[in-house]
Write a protein that binds this ligand. Structure first.
Ligand code: HEC
Length: 127
């Protein structure tokens, strides 16, 4: 094999490897699809900016509840949540139904979006 074709092969290999790695990173945290899924499944109640609605729907934006329970969000999305809770000093007590028809992957995308965009908890997601 000529030296130039060995170099070409090496270049292709590095190029393909870096594409695979990029795809993997995008699959882990994809804020654009997190945003779309959030809009579709959560913003009716929690609002697009995550600020919640009066005393009915608690905020997800800068929410002490999320900061104190950052790993609970996946199961809240999947199974819902009921009973009295206090978020940023205000009591909420309306049951949230679990959001059906979401894959675990989609739940991760939404959870990442809420943790990063609304609560700046990026460090929790870098594994
Ligand atoms: C039908 C309205 C509704 C929808 C849709 C909804 N929620 Fe909720 N959510 C609520 C209510 C009401 C509570 C408070 C439950 C309680 O009082 O125990 C809540 C509580 C929460 C909490 C814990 C409290 C807080 O503010 O941190 C999180 C996190 C949360 N929701 C995330 C989500 C996410 C993410 C989605 C979309 C996948 C979603 N919710 C969809 C109504 C809703």
């Amino acid at each position: 094999m000529k030296k130039s074709s060995i170099l070409l092969c090496l270049f292709c290999f590095i190029f393909i490897a870096s594409c695979i790695e990029n795809q993997f990173q995008n699959a882990t945290v994809n804020l654009a699809s997190g945003y779309q899924l959030y809009e579709k499944n959560c913003s009716n109640c929690h609002q697009t900016d995550g600020s919640g609605l009066a005393k009915l729907y608690p905020p997800l934006l800068n929410a002490d509840y999320i900061k104190n329970n950052p790993t609970a969000i996946d199961s809240i999305i999947k199974y819902g949540q009921k009973g009295s809770i206090i978020v940023n000093g205000i009591e909420y007590n309306i049951p949230m139904p679990g959001v059906k028809n979401l894959s675990d992957f989609e739940i991760k995308q939404i959870a990442s979006y809420v943790l990063i965009k609304f609560n700046k908890l990026d460090s929790l997601l870098i594994q």
